[in-house]
Design a protein around this ligand. Structure first.
Ligand code: PBG
Length: 316
């Protein structure tokens, strides 16, 4: 059954389609031209106009989901630009929703690290630790601001306890019952987010995120986080990063049967790009193999910076 391509196609168990992919896009306030991200070759910080153009080009290839990360010009201790109705994130959401209507899924990453001057995912208490419950109050405001701007889904990525319940409650309270939640449920404290922190300008100024993101050693804890987010009202649960955590995806899919997303993160992308640039790996074959593996492990959808190229390759 392996002898010819036609035989192999008959018994292939897993496929990757462009509409399984979600493209993460960065937008930055107050820039005139797109700014390349050196650790993520091929990715840029967009202007509003280049963001719109790039999303259209990606959508033409059959990718129908976008998640927006925004870098504001002004940061403060609270991250207040995150819920400014005219802030850069809301402008970008409005631009994409205006462009696509319901033809694509517009997702807002919901966190504070791009917006706070200290770079943590929440507000701090007097001991300079992230204050979980005070942060939830800010997340509620961001959810409503993103809903008003037109998101189909919000993607809370800060790993605060109770964040899904708080956001669900805020959306329901304000008439946004139909806005769904793509929950970063099992987000590990990974070294593979390094390039993203250049792209989103959200590296913590002190300390790290091990106080709120998960220990890479813990599978059972990840499953508890996933079950908790489902119970709190998540519509899709996500594991992040993807490749080092395929076991988490598989167990969660088997045990919950819930829609699962995987975030194939910036460091995973950078490794492939660096090897390909050196001629050490065949980029196209590697990317398609990796994406297939993430799907095989049980992910229904994949957030990936390879989305545009992969969609081209998948269409032949
Ligand atoms: C935090 C956030 C991060 C990523 C997505 N949302 C970084 C972090 O937790 O430090 C990483 C994504 C990637 O590496 O591609 N809001």
């Amino acid at each position: 059954m392996r002898r010819t391509a036609a035989l192999r196609a008959l018994i292939r168990e897993t496929d990757v389609r462009p509409d399984d992919l979600i493209a993460p896009l960065f937008v930055k306030e107050s820039i005139e031209e797109p700014v390349p991200i050196s650790s993520m070759p091929g990715q840029v910080q967009h202007t509003l106009e280049s963001l719109r153009k790039e999303a259209v080009e990606i959508a033409e290839r059959g990718v129908r989901g976008f998640i927006i990360f925004a870098v504001p010009a002004r940061k403060d201790a609270e991250g207040s630009e995150a819920w400014n109705p005219d802030g850069i994130a809301q402008q970008a959401i409005r631009a994409l929703r205006g462009e696509f209507g319901d033809e694509a899924v517009v997702i807002g990453d919901l966190c504070l690290d791009e917006y706070t001057d200290h770079g943590h995912c929440g507000v701090l208490n007097e001991r300079n630790e992230v204050d979980n419950d005070a942060t939830l109050e800010r997340y509620r405001r961001i959810a409503v601001a993103q809903a008003e701007a037109g998101v189909h889904l919000v993607g809370p990525s800060g790993m605060m306890d109770g964040q899904v319940a708080a956001i669900r409650d805020a959306l329901d309270d304000t008439g946004w019952q139909d806005v769904g939640i793509l929950a970063y449920a099992a987000k590990f404290a990974s070294a593979l987010y390094g390039p993203f922190r250049e792209a989103a300008e959200g590296a913590p100024r002190f300390g790290d995120r091990t106080g709120y993101q998960e220990d890479p050693a813990n599978l059972e804890e990840a499953l508890r986080e996933i079950r908790t987010d489902i119970a709190e009202g998540a519509d899709v649960v996500m594991v992040k990063p993807a490749l080092p955590y395929l076991d988490v995806i598989r167990r969660a899919k088997d045990e919950t049967g819930f829609p699962m997303a995987a975030y194939h993160v910036s460091g995973e992308y950078a490794m492939v790009k660096a090897a390909a640039a050196n001629g050490w790996l065949d980029e196209r074959r590697v990317v398609l193999e990796l994406l297939t593996s993430i799907r095989r492990a049980g992910a229904d959808l994949i957030l990936t910076y390879h989305a545009k190229d992969a969609a081209d390759w998948l269409r032949g």
